[in-house]
Design a protein around this ligand. Structure first.
Ligand code: FCB
Length: 450
């Protein structure tokens, strides 16, 4: 039995600038918070940096060939803000714009639709020095950045994503110290989250003005939160975790303001006071968008009572885990997509990231056999397909990632690619999952078993 997708379903792969580009200080690029963070001893588990990464900045043509050989119909990448505005605002670096200009033309020449993410976490260090995302002025700087980029690329780029995973940028970056810039202050993190959302709302009309037929959206990391047991404590913990992980972003984006239970949780657990919310902000954040990008990797099982930064979570004995320690939970993708459809009436959804890290190795036969990734992708695609059957307006899917890359605080220790990268030689080798995905794209589906 074939699982077949709708005719216009879009098949893609995703990357981000800091994770693949390298060339961290070339052609006028300014320093980013990830340059600073990775250059700080002790922040990245293997002591590595993104200085070279996949060297995509120099190998972009080869990488375009690779995308074409896989049959990709769309490619989601991000733009490094400090390449465009080395100081975050003010002076524009034309060489930075030129790079993405060539990349976009190269994609279009190969019939690959570019999906551009403006912010995938590499904030110019100069803006961080001036206060970073906890400071409202950073949201204002983002608008200039969106203006400059869309003025240059808006004639050809028709799909814009303002932010990637503002939850991660705000709470791992400013709340838990795991990501750049490494702060540990929930008041600051909540302010950062608000300013990320605010900057999104401000940027939407700018993108529309410079790119008239474009579709504009935002990408959230969303999850399916389930209580560990039917106990009232676990149910309550699940509701609060859902408020923190999902609704804190979905509710204001879809015009419902910040959720009251999330507000109470922030205040009780982290003494957060929402005085960063100014009159009119929530209207700005709720500016209508054309699509929601969903990054889905795992589910969360909640057990009460909540304590610490995150309420504790558990999983079942039968669960399978990836190298990230994340539970494989494809039915949760089905549940999440239906929830977005029914609870928020999201008119158009793309899965902008989904994938898994496994300990891939180059075999003696010169291939990379990654059957667990194939199984992961197949199960999640089946869940996505089932959601479409239930009426969910899912329009495309981007596998994370096109190729192995710098996995943030995990450095090069986690491989998410459907293409293997030998970081010594920069050789790219299509994994079995990449070959399988190519087949899926060419058939617009796959054999349900096999
Ligand atoms: C997401 C990020 C992406 C990558 C994957 C594994 O949170 O958006 O850059 O790190 O996780």
């Amino acid at each position: 039995m074939m699982t077949v997708f709708p005719d216009n379903f879009l098949w893609g792969a995703a990357t981000s600038s800091y994770q693949i580009e390298g060339a961290w200080n070339e052609d006028g690029k300014g320093e980013s918070i990830w340059d600073r963070f990775s250059h700080t001893p002790g922040k990245i588990v293997d002591g590595s940096t993104g200085d070279v990464a996949c060297d995509h900045y120099h190998r972009w043509q080869e990488d375009l060939e690779l995308m074409q050989s896989l049959g990709l119909q769309a490619y989601r990448f991000s733009i490094a803000w400090p390449r465009i505005l080395p100081q975050g605002r003010g002076q524009v670096n034309q060489a930075g714009l030129d790079f993405y200009d060539r990349l976009v033309d190269g994609l279009l020449a190969r019939n690959i639709t570019p999906f551009v993410t403006l912010y995938h976490w590499d904030l110019p260090q100069a803006l961080e020095d001036a206060g970073g995302w906890p400071d409202r002025a950073t949201a204002e700087a983002f608008v200039q950045y969106a203006e400059v980029v869309s003025a240059r690329l808006g004639d050809r780029v028709k799909h814009w994503i303002t932010h990637n995973e503002p939850w991660v940028a705000a709470f791992l970056g400013y709340g838990m110290g795991i990501h750049a810039p490494g702060a540990r202050d929930f008041q600051q993190a909540a302010a950062a989250a608000h300013h990320l959302l605010l900057s999104h709302g401000w940027a939407v009309p700018v993108l529309r003005a410079n790119s008239p037929e474009a579709r504009v959206g935002i990408t959230l990391n969303l999850t399916d939160v389930v209580p560990a047991s039917p106990s009232p404590q676990d149910y309550h913990a699940a509701r609060e975790l859902d408020a923190f992980l999902n609704r804190w972003f979905l509710d204001p984006l879809y015009g419902r303001q910040y959720p009251a239970d999330g507000m109470a949780w922030f205040e009780r657990e982290h003494q957060v006071q929402p005085h960063f919310v100014k009159a009119g902000d929530l209207e700005t954040i709720a500016t209508p968008i054309d699509f929601l990008g969903v990054n889905f990797y795992t589910r969360h099982v909640a057990r009460g009572p909540a304590e610490g930064n995150l309420p504790p979570t558990i999983t079942t004995e039968r669960s399978e885990f990836t190298e990230m320690g994340w539970e494989v939970a494809p039915r949760s993708l089905f549940r999440l997509l239906n929830r977005l459809h029914f609870d928020y009436q999201v008119p158009s959804i793309y899965i902008t990231e989904n994938g898994a890290a496994f300990a891939d190795q180059l075999s003696a036969d010169g291939q990379v056999h990654d059957p667990r990734r194939v199984a992961y992708l197949r199960a999640h695609l089946q869940a996505a397909h089932d959601a479409i059957q239930c009426g969910v307006p899912l329009q495309g899917y981007f596998v994370w990632s096109l190729m192995d890359n710098f996995e943030w605080a995990f450095g090069y220790t986690k491989r998410f690619g459907i293409v293997y990268v030998d970081f010594e030689t920069q050789q790219r080798i299509v994994k079995d999952s990449g070959l399988w995905y190519r087949e899926v794209i060419s058939r617009n589906g796959f054999d349900a078993k096999g």
